[in-house]
Ligand binder design. Structure first.
Ligand SMILES: Cc1cc2nc3c(=O)[nH]c(=O)nc-3n(C[C@H](O)[C@H](O)[C@H](O)COP(=O)(O)O)c2cc1C
Length: 160
């Protein structure tokens, strides 16, 4: 089964995690890139949460490997203010047709808010049910302490 992992990242966490997931799934990763640059440093980066709450879509560049050619598609992204990132909203709008009928996975990273609300909002965007997992960075660390176990669980579930 052909698989691809797309990721959106502002500060690097999802890039790192998507590489680990792709290693387990023996597939490639590709970054979702917004055409307009965003503030990514310091406290001001949290202002981006406003556009997520307002359901804004960002214009994203076309990906090299279009989703239509894969059977399984995994998207790794943070959530912002319990809402989808504008980049992933834009990505799903751009490739909505290509995502239909595919096996879809969604992996979220966050700093500790309950991801249930964000998962529900992301699910509304995608055309198929999502296999879901969320990763929460431990205090003072970069990774979720259960990262390896959660990746294994996710891969087993999307393999079914
Ligand atoms: C604008 C903005 C809003 C955020 N909102 C939340 C939130 O509601 N809950 C949460 O737990 N983390 C929130 N975070 C933290 C990110 O989800 C978390 O740091 C994520 O791992 C970042 O991924 P990245 O490094 O790939 O960009 C927010 C971060 C930003 C920049």
């Amino acid at each position: 089964m052909s698989t691809v992992v797309y990721y959106y990242t502002l500060t690097g966490h999802c890039e790192k995690l998507s590489g680990k997931i792709a290693d387990q799934m023996h597939c490639e990763t590709e970054r979702i890139i917004e055409k307009k640059k965003r503030l990514s440093k310091g406290f001001l980066r949290f202002l981006n949460g406003g556009s997520a709450i307002q359901k804004r879509s960002a214009e994203v560049a076309s990906v090299r490997n279009e989703p239509g050619q894969f059977d399984r598609i995994v998207v790794v992204t943070p959530f912002w203010a319990a809402s989808p990132t504008p980049a992933v909203r834009g990505f799903v709008e751009l490739y909505h047709q290509d995502l239909k009928g595919k096996k879809l996975g969604l992996v979220l990273t966050n700093l500790g808010t309950d991801p249930a609300e964000a998962f529900a909002k992301y699910q509304e965007l995608f055309p198929e049910p999502l296999v879901k997992r969320s990763f929460t960075k431990a205090k003072g660390e970069w990774e979720d302490p259960r990262e390896d176990e959660l990746i294994r669980e996710f891969v087993l579930e999307i393999d079914k």
